[in-house]
Write a protein that binds this ligand. Structure first.
Ligand SMILES: [Zn+2]
Ligand SMILES: [Zn+2]
Length: 423
């Protein structure tokens, strides 16, 4: 017997998948509801009674991992190594000591590797990389005695790790992995596909704005605007790379607070063995005039030299809504602010509870330009993944407020019949 339950699949974020066999019980993701989500189900696992054998996390976004502290230490948690390090940096910067202690202790925190199966009693879970706005994101291929299940997690194909070119042919990495690593060129079947569908209902005719498009647009913009403040998530590795490369292409320096540079260092280290190295080597901590940590002569000199460079060569400096002083300091150079995050944070109608008034004021005061790439698959790519997997039994939509839109995807009728719309 294999029982598959996707909880909160009909909302974006906070999805939990529970797979139960005769021997094993495995949970995939245990995250928070995204703030501003209007229709959310209440759901919790009763950890004391359920006897869960392992929890696997697809990536470090809070809507997938945010509730891990509710899970007792006796339950093994599995995540990517980069995910573990990014969380450690995040919680350290936020001074969340208990979270840091749990992640750092290594107690029942296990890291997995791509294409290496983790055996949990009668079930094997094998992670494979996917492209997403989180650097370290995975889909899981789950093999139970009676069924094979592919759980995609969040994915897209328009980031830097979405495609590769082999002998002049462009190949999207996700369906290539599904075909060659998971289905073994047709020698293994997938019974059930559980796929995210955040954008399943959006216009399939709309052009996809890729990370590369954004990098090119920024490189063009920075020819004119050399003094740039940037509001961005410290964990969005691809977009950080786009801004960094566009700055370097124009001879501008890249500056950020130390905790953001710490994240960038993790992305650099974790990518060193791959084809695309996330090189942020010419980036520096932005020094502050009133940095009470160090008021020595040496610090004052470093500060003066840094500011000379920033003024002369230009800069991209990552800021927060609390960095008004930096704007004042450079006001004579008429710096531009770029907001590269989800619109809901600065638009109350879209964001609901996620709306951040201070950030919205900050952005409107400085006429922020909105330039960003999305983290989720376009409907054409969701359709391509479903066609590629070609599941025997079912397609279960998750991470979507519009599961019915799966019926409008450009896939074969026989696959449409396998879409499971009820919970
Ligand atoms: Zn998500
Ligand atoms: Zn995500």
């Amino acid at each position: 017997m294999t029982d598959i339950r996707v909880f909160k699949g009909n909302q974006v974020g906070g999805n939990v998948t529970v797979i139960t066999t005769d021997q094993a019980k495995i949970v995939i993701d245990y995250g928070e509801d995204l703030p501003g989500n209007t229709h959310v189900e209440n759901f919790s696992i009763d950890w004391d009674r359920e006897n869960v054998d392992a929890v696997f996390f697809t990536h470090y976004h809070a809507d997938h991992i945010g509730r891990f502290m509710e899970i007792p230490e006796s339950v093994p948690l599995y995540m990517g190594e980069c995910t573990r390090r990014v969380l450690l940096n995040n919680y350290t910067a936020l001074r969340m000591k208990e979270h840091v202690k749990r992640i750092d202790s290594g107690k029942n925190i296990h890291t997995f590797e791509e294409n290496k199966g983790v055996v949990i009693k009668d079930t094997v879970v094998t992670p494979y990389h996917v492209d997403h706005s989180a650097f370290d994101s995975y889909m899981f291929f789950v093999e139970t005695p009676g069924k094979t299940i592919l759980h995609t997690g969040d994915y897209r194909d328009h980031g830097y790790r979405g495609h590769k070119v082999i002998n002049g042919t462009d190949i999207d990495i996700m369906t290539d992995t599904i075909e060659n690593e998971i289905k073994l060129k047709g020698r293994r079947r997938v019974d059930v596909l559980i796929t995210e569908g955040t954008l399943a209902g959006s216009d399939p005719g709309r052009a996809v704005y890729t990370e590369k498009d954004m990098q090119n647009e920024l490189a063009e913009l920075f020819r004119e605007r050399k003094h740039v403040f940037l509001k961005i998530s410290s964990t969005n590795a691809d977009s950080l790379l786009s801004f960094y490369r566009a700055a370097r292409a124009n001879g501008m320096g890249f500056y950020a607070a130390r905790h953001i540079l710490d994240q960038m260092k993790v992305f650099n280290e974790m990518s060193r063995s791959s084809e695309l190295v996330y090189d942020f080597s010419l980036s520096w901590p932005v020094l502050r005039r009133n940095d009470s940590a160090d008021t020595s002569e040496k610090y004052r000199r470093s500060f003066a030299v840094q500011r000379q460079h920033m003024r002369k060569e230009g800069f991209v400096t990552v800021v927060s809504e609390y960095d008004e002083d930096l704007f004042e300091e450079f006001s004579d150079l008429e710096p531009v602010l770029i907001f590269s995050m989800w619109e809901g944070y600065i638009n109350k109608e879209i964001g609901g509870e996620a709306y951040n008034e201070r950030l919205a004021d900050f952005c409107s005061r400085h006429n922020a330009l909105r330039i960003r790439t999305g983290g989720h698959a376009h409907p054409r790519f969701i359709a391509k993944v479903i066609e590629c997997v070609d599941p025997v039994e079912a397609v279960i939509p998750m991470h979507t407020s519009d599961a019915a839109a799966f019926l409008t995807l450009d896939i074969r009728e026989e696959l449409k019949k396998k879409i499971v719309l009820e919970k």
